[in-house]
Design a protein around this ligand. Structure first.
Ligand SMILES: *[C@@H]1O[C@H](CO)[C@@H](O)[C@H](O)[C@H]1NC(C)=O
Length: 549
Protein backbone atom coordinates (compact mmCIF):
# COMPACT_ATOMS: atom_id res chain seq x y z
CA UNK A 1 0.00 0.00 0.00
CA UNK A 2 2.63 2.47 1.06
CA UNK A 3 4.86 1.87 -1.89
CA UNK A 4 2.18 2.85 -4.37
CA UNK A 5 1.22 5.91 -2.43
CA UNK A 6 4.67 7.35 -2.03
CA UNK A 7 5.32 6.72 -5.70
CA UNK A 8 2.20 8.62 -6.53
CA UNK A 9 3.21 11.48 -4.32
CA UNK A 10 6.70 11.60 -5.81
CA UNK A 11 5.40 11.73 -9.33
CA UNK A 12 3.07 14.54 -8.40
CA UNK A 13 5.96 16.44 -6.86
CA UNK A 14 8.19 15.97 -9.89
CA UNK A 15 5.56 17.23 -12.20
CA UNK A 16 4.86 20.36 -10.19
CA UNK A 17 8.49 21.28 -9.58
CA UNK A 18 9.15 21.59 -13.30
CA UNK A 19 6.70 24.48 -13.74
CA UNK A 20 6.79 28.20 -13.12
CA UNK A 21 6.80 29.80 -9.68
CA UNK A 22 3.06 30.25 -9.60
CA UNK A 23 2.18 26.80 -10.76
CA UNK A 24 4.90 25.38 -8.54
CA UNK A 25 3.20 27.06 -5.59
CA UNK A 26 -0.10 25.56 -6.68
CA UNK A 27 1.63 22.28 -7.29
CA UNK A 28 2.98 22.16 -3.74
CA UNK A 29 -0.47 22.97 -2.48
CA UNK A 30 -1.86 20.09 -4.48
CA UNK A 31 0.85 17.74 -3.25
CA UNK A 32 0.22 18.68 0.36
CA UNK A 33 -3.51 18.24 -0.22
CA UNK A 34 -2.91 14.93 -1.93
CA UNK A 35 -0.72 13.69 0.89
CA UNK A 36 -3.33 14.73 3.44
CA UNK A 37 -5.95 12.87 1.49
CA UNK A 38 -3.76 9.80 1.35
CA UNK A 39 -3.14 9.92 5.07
CA UNK A 40 -6.87 10.19 5.63
CA UNK A 41 -7.42 7.28 3.27
CA UNK A 42 -4.90 5.14 5.06
CA UNK A 43 -6.57 5.81 8.37
CA UNK A 44 -9.98 5.10 6.88
CA UNK A 45 -8.67 1.98 5.21
CA UNK A 46 -7.40 0.76 8.55
CA UNK A 47 -10.85 1.19 9.99
CA UNK A 48 -12.61 -0.45 7.13
CA UNK A 49 -10.22 -3.38 7.45
CA UNK A 50 -10.77 -3.71 11.14
CA UNK A 51 -13.08 -6.74 10.84
CA UNK A 52 -10.22 -8.58 9.15
CA UNK A 53 -7.84 -7.42 11.78
CA UNK A 54 -10.22 -8.72 14.38
CA UNK A 55 -10.34 -12.07 12.65
CA UNK A 56 -6.59 -12.16 12.38
CA UNK A 57 -5.83 -14.24 15.46
CA UNK A 58 -8.49 -16.76 14.54
CA UNK A 59 -7.00 -17.18 11.11
CA UNK A 60 -3.53 -17.47 12.54
CA UNK A 61 -4.40 -20.13 15.06
CA UNK A 62 -6.24 -22.01 12.35
CA UNK A 63 -3.23 -21.91 10.11
CA UNK A 64 -1.05 -23.14 12.91
CA UNK A 65 -3.40 -26.00 13.65
CA UNK A 66 -3.16 -27.10 10.05
CA UNK A 67 0.43 -28.02 9.32
CA UNK A 68 0.40 -28.81 5.66
CA UNK A 69 3.47 -31.01 5.46
CA UNK A 70 1.55 -34.21 6.10
CA UNK A 71 -0.55 -33.76 3.00
CA UNK A 72 2.06 -35.10 0.68
CA UNK A 73 1.85 -38.61 -0.58
CA UNK A 74 0.03 -40.59 -3.15
CA UNK A 75 -1.65 -38.03 -5.35
CA UNK A 76 -1.94 -40.25 -8.34
CA UNK A 77 -4.26 -42.90 -7.04
CA UNK A 78 -7.79 -42.37 -8.18
CA UNK A 79 -9.27 -45.01 -5.96
CA UNK A 80 -7.73 -43.74 -2.85
CA UNK A 81 -5.29 -41.26 -1.46
CA UNK A 82 -7.74 -41.39 1.38
CA UNK A 83 -5.00 -40.98 3.91
CA UNK A 84 -4.49 -37.35 3.07
CA UNK A 85 -8.19 -36.99 2.80
CA UNK A 86 -8.78 -38.19 6.30
CA UNK A 87 -5.76 -36.39 7.61
CA UNK A 88 -7.43 -33.27 6.37
CA UNK A 89 -10.53 -34.13 8.34
CA UNK A 90 -8.74 -34.58 11.58
CA UNK A 91 -7.41 -31.10 11.19
CA UNK A 92 -10.45 -29.43 9.84
CA UNK A 93 -13.03 -30.90 12.17
CA UNK A 94 -11.31 -28.99 14.94
CA UNK A 95 -11.69 -25.75 13.06
CA UNK A 96 -15.25 -26.27 11.87
CA UNK A 97 -16.56 -24.22 14.70
CA UNK A 98 -14.41 -21.18 14.04
CA UNK A 99 -15.03 -21.53 10.34
CA UNK A 100 -18.75 -21.36 10.97
CA UNK A 101 -18.41 -18.32 13.18
CA UNK A 102 -16.20 -16.71 10.65
CA UNK A 103 -18.73 -17.52 7.98
CA UNK A 104 -21.47 -15.71 9.84
CA UNK A 105 -19.30 -12.76 10.51
CA UNK A 106 -18.24 -12.74 6.93
CA UNK A 107 -21.83 -12.63 5.80
CA UNK A 108 -22.32 -9.51 7.83
CA UNK A 109 -19.26 -7.94 6.30
CA UNK A 110 -20.49 -8.85 2.88
CA UNK A 111 -23.73 -6.93 3.20
CA UNK A 112 -22.44 -3.74 1.69
CA UNK A 113 -20.66 -5.72 -0.99
CA UNK A 114 -23.92 -7.42 -1.81
CA UNK A 115 -25.73 -4.13 -2.12
CA UNK A 116 -23.00 -2.99 -4.43
CA UNK A 117 -23.14 -6.07 -6.64
CA UNK A 118 -26.92 -6.19 -6.72
CA UNK A 119 -26.74 -3.45 -9.30
CA UNK A 120 -24.94 -5.85 -11.61
CA UNK A 121 -27.50 -7.81 -13.58
CA UNK A 122 -25.79 -11.14 -12.94
CA UNK A 123 -28.87 -13.14 -13.86
CA UNK A 124 -28.63 -11.84 -17.40
CA UNK A 125 -25.46 -13.82 -17.73
CA UNK A 126 -26.85 -17.30 -17.28
CA UNK A 127 -26.12 -19.11 -20.48
CA UNK A 128 -26.28 -15.81 -22.30
CA UNK A 129 -24.01 -15.55 -25.28
CA UNK A 130 -24.23 -11.81 -25.39
CA UNK A 131 -22.52 -11.29 -22.07
CA UNK A 132 -19.81 -9.36 -23.80
CA UNK A 133 -22.18 -6.49 -24.52
CA UNK A 134 -22.79 -6.16 -20.86
CA UNK A 135 -19.11 -6.17 -20.02
CA UNK A 136 -18.48 -3.61 -22.73
CA UNK A 137 -21.05 -1.31 -21.21
CA UNK A 138 -19.63 -1.74 -17.82
CA UNK A 139 -16.13 -0.92 -18.89
CA UNK A 140 -17.28 2.21 -20.61
CA UNK A 141 -18.94 3.38 -17.46
CA UNK A 142 -15.73 2.61 -15.59
CA UNK A 143 -13.86 4.78 -18.06
CA UNK A 144 -16.31 7.58 -17.53
CA UNK A 145 -15.74 7.37 -13.81
CA UNK A 146 -12.02 7.63 -14.38
CA UNK A 147 -12.41 10.77 -16.44
CA UNK A 148 -14.65 12.38 -13.87
CA UNK A 149 -12.22 11.55 -11.16
CA UNK A 150 -9.29 13.24 -12.86
CA UNK A 151 -11.42 16.24 -13.80
CA UNK A 152 -12.24 16.86 -10.21
CA UNK A 153 -8.70 16.16 -9.12
CA UNK A 154 -9.87 13.58 -6.61
CA UNK A 155 -12.62 15.70 -5.12
CA UNK A 156 -14.34 14.82 -1.92
CA UNK A 157 -17.13 12.77 -3.54
CA UNK A 158 -14.76 10.25 -5.03
CA UNK A 159 -12.67 10.48 -2.00
CA UNK A 160 -15.55 9.28 0.12
CA UNK A 161 -16.08 6.48 -2.34
CA UNK A 162 -12.53 5.34 -1.83
CA UNK A 163 -12.92 5.40 1.88
CA UNK A 164 -15.94 3.13 1.67
CA UNK A 165 -14.59 0.75 -0.92
CA UNK A 166 -14.07 -2.76 0.36
CA UNK A 167 -10.64 -4.23 -0.24
CA UNK A 168 -10.70 -6.28 -3.42
CA UNK A 169 -9.31 -9.33 -1.63
CA UNK A 170 -11.03 -11.20 1.14
CA UNK A 171 -8.56 -13.29 3.09
CA UNK A 172 -10.77 -13.97 6.07
CA UNK A 173 -11.87 -17.52 5.21
CA UNK A 174 -9.91 -20.38 6.68
CA UNK A 175 -9.87 -22.38 3.48
CA UNK A 176 -9.37 -19.97 0.62
CA UNK A 177 -8.83 -16.35 -0.38
CA UNK A 178 -10.79 -14.61 -3.08
CA UNK A 179 -10.27 -11.31 -4.88
CA UNK A 180 -12.71 -9.58 -7.19
CA UNK A 181 -11.26 -7.00 -9.57
CA UNK A 182 -14.00 -5.07 -11.24
CA UNK A 183 -13.29 -2.56 -13.99
CA UNK A 184 -9.85 -2.40 -15.58
CA UNK A 185 -8.02 -5.58 -14.59
CA UNK A 186 -4.70 -6.63 -16.09
CA UNK A 187 -3.06 -10.03 -15.76
CA UNK A 188 0.59 -10.70 -16.43
CA UNK A 189 2.02 -14.19 -16.25
CA UNK A 190 5.27 -15.39 -14.80
CA UNK A 191 6.85 -18.41 -13.17
CA UNK A 192 6.83 -19.19 -9.47
CA UNK A 193 4.97 -16.33 -7.88
CA UNK A 194 5.76 -13.71 -10.51
CA UNK A 195 2.23 -13.65 -11.96
CA UNK A 196 0.47 -10.40 -11.16
CA UNK A 197 -3.07 -9.17 -11.53
CA UNK A 198 -3.53 -5.43 -11.27
CA UNK A 199 -6.73 -3.47 -10.86
CA UNK A 200 -6.60 0.08 -12.13
CA UNK A 201 -9.15 2.05 -10.21
CA UNK A 202 -9.12 5.53 -8.74
CA UNK A 203 -11.57 4.31 -6.16
CA UNK A 204 -9.51 1.43 -4.81
CA UNK A 205 -6.96 2.23 -2.15
CA UNK A 206 -3.50 1.18 -3.42
CA UNK A 207 -2.74 -2.17 -1.89
CA UNK A 208 -1.03 -5.45 -2.59
CA UNK A 209 -1.75 -9.06 -1.67
CA UNK A 210 -0.04 -12.40 -2.19
CA UNK A 211 -2.83 -14.83 -2.98
CA UNK A 212 -2.63 -18.58 -3.43
CA UNK A 213 -5.64 -19.02 -5.68
CA UNK A 214 -6.46 -22.53 -4.48
CA UNK A 215 -9.33 -23.92 -2.49
CA UNK A 216 -7.12 -25.04 0.41
CA UNK A 217 -4.69 -22.20 0.81
CA UNK A 218 -2.91 -23.82 3.73
CA UNK A 219 -1.47 -26.69 1.69
CA UNK A 220 2.22 -26.98 0.93
CA UNK A 221 3.61 -26.38 -2.52
CA UNK A 222 1.09 -23.79 -3.70
CA UNK A 223 2.24 -20.80 -5.71
CA UNK A 224 1.22 -17.25 -4.96
CA UNK A 225 -0.10 -14.65 -7.36
CA UNK A 226 0.34 -10.95 -6.65
CA UNK A 227 -2.89 -9.00 -6.66
CA UNK A 228 -2.77 -5.25 -6.43
CA UNK A 229 -4.81 -2.17 -6.91
CA UNK A 230 -3.35 1.04 -8.31
CA UNK A 231 -5.08 4.39 -8.68
CA UNK A 232 -4.26 5.01 -12.33
CA UNK A 233 -2.87 3.29 -15.45
CA UNK A 234 0.61 4.77 -15.03
CA UNK A 235 1.25 2.21 -12.33
CA UNK A 236 -0.06 -0.74 -14.33
CA UNK A 237 1.43 -2.63 -17.29
CA UNK A 238 0.10 -1.73 -20.75
CA UNK A 239 -2.52 -4.09 -22.16
CA UNK A 240 -1.33 -6.22 -25.07
CA UNK A 241 -4.51 -8.28 -25.45
CA UNK A 242 -8.04 -7.58 -24.41
CA UNK A 243 -10.83 -10.08 -23.97
CA UNK A 244 -14.20 -8.65 -23.27
CA UNK A 245 -15.28 -11.39 -20.87
CA UNK A 246 -14.38 -12.01 -17.24
CA UNK A 247 -11.34 -14.03 -16.28
CA UNK A 248 -10.72 -16.31 -13.36
CA UNK A 249 -7.29 -16.99 -11.91
CA UNK A 250 -7.18 -20.45 -10.36
CA UNK A 251 -4.56 -22.87 -9.16
CA UNK A 252 -4.51 -26.63 -9.70
CA UNK A 253 -2.06 -28.84 -7.83
CA UNK A 254 -2.77 -29.22 -4.14
CA UNK A 255 -4.40 -32.62 -3.67
CA UNK A 256 -5.56 -32.76 -7.27
CA UNK A 257 -5.28 -36.34 -8.50
CA UNK A 258 -7.21 -37.84 -5.62
CA UNK A 259 -10.60 -38.42 -7.14
CA UNK A 260 -12.59 -36.96 -4.25
CA UNK A 261 -10.29 -33.94 -4.08
CA UNK A 262 -10.63 -33.43 -7.83
CA UNK A 263 -14.27 -32.62 -7.25
CA UNK A 264 -14.12 -31.14 -3.77
CA UNK A 265 -11.15 -28.88 -4.33
CA UNK A 266 -11.35 -27.96 -8.00
CA UNK A 267 -14.41 -28.91 -10.02
CA UNK A 268 -17.07 -27.85 -7.52
CA UNK A 269 -15.30 -24.59 -6.59
CA UNK A 270 -14.86 -23.91 -10.30
CA UNK A 271 -18.58 -24.40 -10.82
CA UNK A 272 -19.34 -22.11 -7.88
CA UNK A 273 -17.08 -19.38 -9.21
CA UNK A 274 -17.49 -19.64 -12.97
CA UNK A 275 -20.84 -21.17 -13.87
CA UNK A 276 -22.50 -17.77 -13.53
CA UNK A 277 -20.64 -16.61 -16.64
CA UNK A 278 -22.31 -19.21 -18.86
CA UNK A 279 -19.06 -20.23 -20.57
CA UNK A 280 -17.97 -16.64 -21.27
CA UNK A 281 -14.98 -16.62 -18.96
CA UNK A 282 -11.29 -17.19 -19.49
CA UNK A 283 -9.36 -19.40 -17.08
CA UNK A 284 -5.86 -18.27 -16.17
CA UNK A 285 -4.26 -21.23 -14.46
CA UNK A 286 -1.34 -21.55 -12.09
CA UNK A 287 0.12 -25.03 -11.62
CA UNK A 288 -1.63 -26.16 -14.78
CA UNK A 289 -1.75 -29.95 -15.10
CA UNK A 290 -2.57 -30.57 -18.76
CA UNK A 291 -3.27 -34.33 -18.39
CA UNK A 292 -5.62 -33.61 -15.53
CA UNK A 293 -7.49 -30.91 -17.38
CA UNK A 294 -7.69 -33.31 -20.30
CA UNK A 295 -9.34 -35.95 -18.13
CA UNK A 296 -12.11 -33.49 -17.24
CA UNK A 297 -12.11 -31.68 -20.60
CA UNK A 298 -15.87 -32.04 -20.93
CA UNK A 299 -16.33 -30.10 -17.71
CA UNK A 300 -13.74 -27.48 -18.57
CA UNK A 301 -15.21 -26.94 -22.01
CA UNK A 302 -18.62 -26.28 -20.46
CA UNK A 303 -17.17 -23.92 -17.87
CA UNK A 304 -15.26 -21.89 -20.45
CA UNK A 305 -15.50 -21.53 -24.20
CA UNK A 306 -12.14 -19.75 -24.24
CA UNK A 307 -8.59 -21.00 -24.35
CA UNK A 308 -7.16 -22.02 -20.99
CA UNK A 309 -4.08 -19.93 -20.29
CA UNK A 310 -1.07 -21.34 -18.46
CA UNK A 311 -0.31 -18.22 -16.48
CA UNK A 312 3.16 -19.38 -15.53
CA UNK A 313 4.20 -20.01 -19.12
CA UNK A 314 2.50 -17.00 -20.65
CA UNK A 315 4.83 -15.16 -23.03
CA UNK A 316 6.92 -12.56 -21.36
CA UNK A 317 5.45 -9.15 -22.02
CA UNK A 318 1.89 -10.35 -22.62
CA UNK A 319 -0.56 -8.35 -20.55
CA UNK A 320 -4.10 -9.68 -20.67
CA UNK A 321 -6.83 -7.20 -19.89
CA UNK A 322 -10.36 -7.95 -18.78
CA UNK A 323 -13.34 -6.02 -17.49
CA UNK A 324 -13.59 -8.35 -14.49
CA UNK A 325 -11.18 -10.78 -12.89
CA UNK A 326 -11.75 -13.13 -9.98
CA UNK A 327 -8.65 -14.51 -8.30
CA UNK A 328 -9.17 -17.67 -6.25
CA UNK A 329 -11.95 -20.16 -5.70
CA UNK A 330 -13.26 -22.48 -3.05
CA UNK A 331 -16.26 -23.86 -1.27
CA UNK A 332 -17.20 -23.68 2.35
CA UNK A 333 -18.24 -27.29 2.85
CA UNK A 334 -16.70 -30.52 1.61
CA UNK A 335 -17.79 -32.02 -1.71
CA UNK A 336 -20.89 -29.89 -1.86
CA UNK A 337 -22.29 -26.41 -2.35
CA UNK A 338 -23.93 -24.53 0.47
CA UNK A 339 -25.95 -21.82 -1.26
CA UNK A 340 -26.20 -19.86 2.00
CA UNK A 341 -22.41 -19.64 2.31
CA UNK A 342 -21.01 -20.16 -1.19
CA UNK A 343 -21.64 -17.23 -3.49
CA UNK A 344 -22.53 -18.88 -6.78
CA UNK A 345 -24.00 -15.74 -8.32
CA UNK A 346 -27.37 -17.38 -8.87
CA UNK A 347 -28.26 -19.72 -6.05
CA UNK A 348 -26.78 -22.78 -7.71
CA UNK A 349 -27.03 -25.92 -5.64
CA UNK A 350 -25.38 -29.30 -5.71
CA UNK A 351 -28.40 -30.53 -7.68
CA UNK A 352 -27.51 -27.93 -10.31
CA UNK A 353 -23.94 -29.17 -10.28
CA UNK A 354 -24.99 -32.73 -11.04
CA UNK A 355 -27.38 -31.46 -13.73
CA UNK A 356 -24.42 -29.58 -15.17
CA UNK A 357 -22.34 -32.78 -15.16
CA UNK A 358 -25.09 -34.71 -16.91
CA UNK A 359 -25.20 -32.01 -19.52
CA UNK A 360 -21.38 -31.96 -19.88
CA UNK A 361 -21.20 -35.73 -20.34
CA UNK A 362 -24.47 -36.03 -22.27
CA UNK A 363 -25.79 -38.46 -19.67
CA UNK A 364 -29.28 -39.64 -20.52
CA UNK A 365 -30.82 -40.35 -17.12
CA UNK A 366 -32.16 -37.58 -14.86
CA UNK A 367 -34.21 -39.92 -12.72
CA UNK A 368 -33.79 -43.46 -11.40
CA UNK A 369 -36.21 -46.28 -12.02
CA UNK A 370 -39.62 -45.86 -10.43
CA UNK A 371 -40.77 -49.07 -8.81
CA UNK A 372 -44.49 -49.24 -8.96
CA UNK A 373 -46.32 -51.74 -6.80
CA UNK A 374 -48.91 -52.08 -9.55
CA UNK A 375 -46.39 -53.42 -12.05
CA UNK A 376 -47.27 -56.38 -14.20
CA UNK A 377 -45.77 -59.85 -14.08
CA UNK A 378 -42.24 -58.74 -15.02
CA UNK A 379 -41.40 -55.62 -12.99
CA UNK A 380 -38.08 -54.06 -13.99
CA UNK A 381 -35.17 -54.70 -11.67
CA UNK A 382 -33.38 -51.65 -10.26
CA UNK A 383 -29.70 -51.59 -11.20
CA UNK A 384 -27.14 -51.61 -8.39
CA UNK A 385 -23.45 -50.81 -8.79
CA UNK A 386 -21.20 -52.17 -6.07
CA UNK A 387 -17.82 -50.46 -5.97
CA UNK A 388 -14.98 -52.83 -5.39
CA UNK A 389 -11.95 -51.61 -3.50
CA UNK A 390 -8.63 -53.33 -3.91
CA UNK A 391 -6.32 -51.91 -1.24
CA UNK A 392 -7.95 -51.43 2.12
CA UNK A 393 -11.60 -51.53 3.17
CA UNK A 394 -12.35 -54.41 0.85
CA UNK A 395 -15.65 -56.23 1.03
CA UNK A 396 -14.42 -59.65 2.12
CA UNK A 397 -17.69 -61.40 1.42
CA UNK A 398 -18.56 -59.58 -1.77
CA UNK A 399 -20.23 -62.65 -3.38
CA UNK A 400 -22.58 -62.95 -0.41
CA UNK A 401 -23.44 -59.26 -0.60
CA UNK A 402 -24.16 -59.62 -4.31
CA UNK A 403 -26.34 -62.67 -3.69
CA UNK A 404 -28.29 -60.88 -0.96
CA UNK A 405 -28.89 -57.87 -3.19
CA UNK A 406 -30.01 -60.08 -6.06
CA UNK A 407 -32.34 -61.98 -3.75
CA UNK A 408 -33.96 -58.71 -2.72
CA UNK A 409 -34.51 -57.84 -6.39
CA UNK A 410 -31.54 -55.86 -7.67
CA UNK A 411 -29.64 -56.38 -10.85
CA UNK A 412 -26.06 -56.16 -9.57
CA UNK A 413 -22.87 -55.06 -11.29
CA UNK A 414 -19.47 -54.99 -9.62
CA UNK A 415 -17.31 -52.06 -10.66
CA UNK A 416 -13.61 -52.00 -9.94
CA UNK A 417 -11.17 -49.62 -11.54
CA UNK A 418 -12.74 -48.17 -14.64
CA UNK A 419 -11.35 -49.91 -17.71
CA UNK A 420 -13.21 -47.72 -20.15
CA UNK A 421 -12.41 -44.06 -20.72
CA UNK A 422 -13.52 -41.65 -18.06
CA UNK A 423 -16.32 -40.31 -20.23
CA UNK A 424 -17.64 -43.82 -20.84
CA UNK A 425 -17.38 -44.62 -17.17
CA UNK A 426 -19.47 -41.57 -16.27
CA UNK A 427 -22.08 -42.83 -18.69
CA UNK A 428 -22.00 -46.29 -17.16
CA UNK A 429 -22.48 -44.90 -13.63
CA UNK A 430 -25.46 -42.92 -14.84
CA UNK A 431 -27.18 -46.15 -15.90
CA UNK A 432 -27.53 -47.29 -12.27
CA UNK A 433 -30.21 -46.60 -9.69
CA UNK A 434 -28.14 -47.53 -6.64
CA UNK A 435 -24.48 -47.23 -5.73
CA UNK A 436 -23.04 -49.29 -2.89
CA UNK A 437 -19.53 -48.98 -1.52
CA UNK A 438 -17.35 -48.94 1.54
CA UNK A 439 -16.30 -45.42 2.54
CA UNK A 440 -13.63 -44.17 0.11
CA UNK A 441 -12.89 -41.94 -2.83
CA UNK A 442 -14.70 -44.24 -5.27
CA UNK A 443 -18.03 -43.06 -3.89
CA UNK A 444 -17.28 -39.74 -5.58
CA UNK A 445 -18.75 -41.36 -8.68
CA UNK A 446 -22.20 -40.77 -7.20
CA UNK A 447 -22.14 -37.35 -8.91
CA UNK A 448 -23.12 -39.15 -12.13
CA UNK A 449 -26.13 -40.94 -10.65
CA UNK A 450 -29.55 -39.67 -11.65
CA UNK A 451 -31.20 -37.32 -9.13
CA UNK A 452 -33.23 -39.44 -6.72
CA UNK A 453 -30.98 -42.50 -7.01
CA UNK A 454 -29.70 -44.13 -3.83
CA UNK A 455 -26.22 -44.09 -2.33
CA UNK A 456 -25.52 -46.76 0.27
CA UNK A 457 -22.31 -46.08 2.16
CA UNK A 458 -20.80 -48.88 4.23
CA UNK A 459 -18.87 -47.33 7.10
CA UNK A 460 -15.97 -49.38 8.50
CA UNK A 461 -15.50 -49.94 12.22
CA UNK A 462 -13.98 -47.30 14.49
CA UNK A 463 -16.20 -44.25 14.90
CA UNK A 464 -15.84 -43.12 11.32
CA UNK A 465 -19.43 -41.93 11.02
CA UNK A 466 -18.57 -38.23 11.18
CA UNK A 467 -16.06 -38.52 8.38
CA UNK A 468 -18.54 -40.60 6.38
CA UNK A 469 -21.27 -37.98 6.83
CA UNK A 470 -19.08 -35.04 5.92
CA UNK A 471 -17.49 -36.64 2.87
CA UNK A 472 -20.46 -38.38 1.29
CA UNK A 473 -23.61 -38.42 3.45
CA UNK A 474 -24.40 -34.71 3.42
CA UNK A 475 -23.12 -34.17 -0.12
CA UNK A 476 -25.29 -37.05 -1.39
CA UNK A 477 -28.38 -35.50 0.16
CA UNK A 478 -27.42 -32.12 -1.31
CA UNK A 479 -27.22 -33.80 -4.73
CA UNK A 480 -30.79 -34.98 -4.34
CA UNK A 481 -29.74 -38.58 -3.81
CA UNK A 482 -31.34 -40.82 -1.21
CA UNK A 483 -28.74 -41.76 1.32
CA UNK A 484 -28.53 -44.99 3.31
CA UNK A 485 -25.72 -45.68 5.74
CA UNK A 486 -24.60 -49.03 7.03
CA UNK A 487 -22.09 -48.69 9.87
CA UNK A 488 -20.56 -52.07 10.57
CA UNK A 489 -20.14 -53.56 14.03
CA UNK A 490 -16.94 -54.90 15.52
CA UNK A 491 -17.58 -58.50 14.53
CA UNK A 492 -17.92 -57.47 10.89
CA UNK A 493 -14.43 -56.00 10.91
CA UNK A 494 -11.19 -57.75 10.02
CA UNK A 495 -9.67 -55.86 12.93
CA UNK A 496 -11.51 -58.22 15.25
CA UNK A 497 -9.36 -61.06 13.90
CA UNK A 498 -6.23 -58.97 14.37
CA UNK A 499 -6.83 -57.56 17.85
CA UNK A 500 -9.55 -59.66 19.52
CA UNK A 501 -12.60 -58.27 21.28
CA UNK A 502 -10.76 -57.07 24.40
CA UNK A 503 -8.24 -54.85 22.66
CA UNK A 504 -8.80 -51.06 22.90
CA UNK A 505 -8.89 -50.88 19.08
CA UNK A 506 -12.14 -52.84 19.29
CA UNK A 507 -13.39 -51.95 22.76
CA UNK A 508 -12.75 -48.23 22.76
CA UNK A 509 -12.60 -46.46 19.39
CA UNK A 510 -13.23 -43.11 21.09
CA UNK A 511 -10.01 -43.50 23.06
CA UNK A 512 -8.20 -44.46 19.88
CA UNK A 513 -9.36 -41.24 18.23
CA UNK A 514 -8.31 -39.26 21.28
CA UNK A 515 -4.89 -40.85 21.24
CA UNK A 516 -4.13 -39.22 17.90
CA UNK A 517 -4.67 -39.69 14.24
CA UNK A 518 -1.97 -42.30 13.73
CA UNK A 519 -3.93 -45.40 14.73
CA UNK A 520 -7.12 -44.20 13.07
CA UNK A 521 -5.33 -43.73 9.77
CA UNK A 522 -3.20 -46.84 10.03
CA UNK A 523 -5.81 -49.31 11.24
CA UNK A 524 -9.39 -48.09 10.96
CA UNK A 525 -8.81 -46.63 7.51
CA UNK A 526 -5.64 -48.27 6.31
CA UNK A 527 -5.73 -51.92 7.37
CA UNK A 528 -9.36 -52.79 7.82
CA UNK A 529 -11.54 -54.95 5.63
CA UNK A 530 -15.24 -55.50 5.99
CA UNK A 531 -17.22 -58.73 6.27
CA UNK A 532 -20.84 -57.63 6.05
CA UNK A 533 -23.30 -59.48 8.28
CA UNK A 534 -25.91 -60.29 5.65
CA UNK A 535 -28.66 -60.78 8.25
CA UNK A 536 -28.08 -57.30 9.57
CA UNK A 537 -27.53 -55.84 6.12
CA UNK A 538 -30.75 -57.09 4.51
CA UNK A 539 -33.09 -54.47 6.04
CA UNK A 540 -30.79 -51.78 4.65
CA UNK A 541 -31.24 -53.26 1.18
CA UNK A 542 -34.98 -53.15 1.73
CA UNK A 543 -34.65 -49.49 2.71
CA UNK A 544 -32.89 -48.83 -0.59
CA UNK A 545 -35.75 -50.49 -2.43
CA UNK A 546 -38.28 -48.36 -0.58
CA UNK A 547 -36.48 -45.22 -1.69
CA UNK A 548 -37.10 -46.25 -5.28
CA UNK A 549 -40.84 -46.73 -4.84
C1 LIG B 1 -31.06 -25.35 -10.04
O1 LIG B 1 -31.83 -26.47 -9.76
C2 LIG B 1 -33.15 -26.17 -9.38
C3 LIG B 1 -33.81 -27.46 -8.96
O2 LIG B 1 -33.59 -28.47 -9.88
C4 LIG B 1 -33.87 -25.50 -10.52
O3 LIG B 1 -35.19 -25.16 -10.15
C5 LIG B 1 -33.11 -24.25 -10.92
O4 LIG B 1 -33.69 -23.68 -12.06
C6 LIG B 1 -31.67 -24.57 -11.19
N1 LIG B 1 -30.95 -23.33 -11.36
C7 LIG B 1 -30.25 -23.07 -12.45
C8 LIG B 1 -29.64 -21.73 -12.48
O5 LIG B 1 -30.10 -23.86 -13.35
Amino acid sequence: MRRGESKAATRGANRSSSSSWKSRYMGYGLVVGFVLILVYLMVKAQFSNSPNAYLGPVTTSKTESVPATTYQGNHASQEDGTRELEERHRKEVASTHTERLRGQRQEKNDESEQQRTEKIPMDEQFGNDRDSDYWQERRQSEKKDTVEFSEFGGGTDDFNNVAHTKPICDTSFGKYDICVLDGDARAQGGAAGAATVTLVSPRAAPREWKIKPYSRKYLDGLKAVTVKSVPNPEFAPQCTTRLNVPAMVIELGGLTGNYWHDFTDVLIPLFIGARRFGGEVQLLVVNLLPFWVDKYRRIFSQISRHEIIDLEKDDHGVVRCYPHVVVGYGSRKEFTIDPSLDDTGGGYTMVNFTEFLRHSYSLPRDRPIKLNSNQGAQPPRPRMMILERTNSRKLMNLPEVVAAAQAVGFEVTIAGRPRSSYDEFAREVNSFDVMVGVHGAGLTNCVFLPTGAVLLQIVPYGRLEDIAHTDFGEPARDMGLRYVEYAIEADESSLMDVFGKDHPMIKDPVAVHLSGWGNVAEWYLGKQDVRVNIQRFRPFLMQVLEHLQ
